[in-house]
Design a protein around this ligand. Structure first.
Ligand code: SF4
Ligand code: SF4
Length: 150
């Protein structure tokens, strides 16, 4: 689901505007409500949640994917640059809470090889269920991590 901004929490800092890869977070400057961010084109939202993780006011809301948060939950996510982690908090509809953190993955500027530097996949790789360059690029040689019940 695309993101949406709660204008009552937004202080107009513009961090979501700077980070949005789809360039759809914009700032309004209404005389009535002041400087507020809003998603100008939800249809073009990548649902990458970069804006959600970056917003210091927790003003951007979204619905988490159903595989980790069933409907009617409340999800809070924040990128903590001090601790170098992304923190997630889920409140389920039965009031159960779950919190977990992931390390922020940083990649040196210019260190990612462009697509044309990779070999074309073989016929066998095209028929595989794996994504291109998986497991090497996902570092998932031992299988993907799975969530456990809290
Ligand atoms: Fe508003 Fe958050 Fe965007 Fe800042 S990052 S402009 S507080 S929605
Ligand atoms: Fe932009 Fe990603 Fe936020 Fe969508 S989720 S508004 S694409 S930063």
């Amino acid at each position: 689901m695309p993101t949406f901004v709660d204008p009552n929490k937004c202080d107009g800092c513009g961090k979501c505007v700077d980070i949005c890869p789809s360039d759809i977070m914009h700032l309004s400057n209404s005389i009535v409500s002041g400087r507020k961010a809003f998603n100008i084109e939800p249809n073009y939202c990548w649902e990458c949640y970069s804006c959600v993780k970056e917003c210091p006011q927790h003003a951007i809301d979204m619905r988490g994917y159903a595989d980790f948060a069933p409907l009617n939950h409340k999800l809070t996510v924040l990128r903590d640059k001090e601790k170098n982690v992304v923190s997630w908090k889920i409140k389920y509809r039965n009031d159960m809470k779950n919190e977990f953190q992931f390390p922020i993955r940083t990649t040196a500027w210019g260190s990612i090889s462009p697509p044309q530097s990779f070999q074309n996949p073989s016929d066998e790789e095209f028929r595989s269920q794996l994504l291109a360059h998986e497991p090497g690029y996902l570092k998932s040689e031992r299988g993907l991590a799975t969530a456990t019940k809290p």
